[in-house]
Design a protein around this ligand. Sequence first.
Ligand SMILES: [Zn+2]
Ligand SMILES: [Zn+2]
Length: 175
Amino acid sequence: MDFIRYAERSAGLLNASLPDVDALRAHIADREWLVHQCTDRDCMLLRKFQRELRPVFEASAAGETAAVIDGINDLMVRHPITPQISSHDPGSLHIHVASKTQSVAELLVGEALLGLANLVCDLGPARLGICAASPCTNVYVDTSPNQSRRYCSDRCSSRANVAAYRARQKAVASA
Ligand SMILES: [Zn+2]
Ligand SMILES: [Zn+2]
């Protein structure tokens, strides 16, 4: 697992609706070994973490880079991370968040924070954003080379393009 993917998952975690355990299971359906460990408490902790993490994305979107760094640092104090050297790919040792000793919520929170901390160090604190296709308020992580991302998804991007096209047509028609 590389840090970019951890960081991208943090956006996915923030955008997920997690009213109950079934929703959490669906959110991590691609990680079968975790699905059976989900509890109500994990859902509750993750909803709380969503509220704590959102201001970090909002600060980045607003260009408040110091608040991004402070925010992630504060969250890492509140949610201590246990990194482990993983050898599942012996040719390429790398860091994982420890998964055996922690709850699902602790694991997902740890991955999100480790991913975001590394993203900020590698690509800078201005890479987090809020979708520009209102009324969508989803967040995204911008890993594009020219830092040009504005939407949470292809769906929002094409919706915004259609809206802009219609607005232009209307302007032409009334000119
Ligand atoms: Zn790995
Ligand atoms: Zn969106």
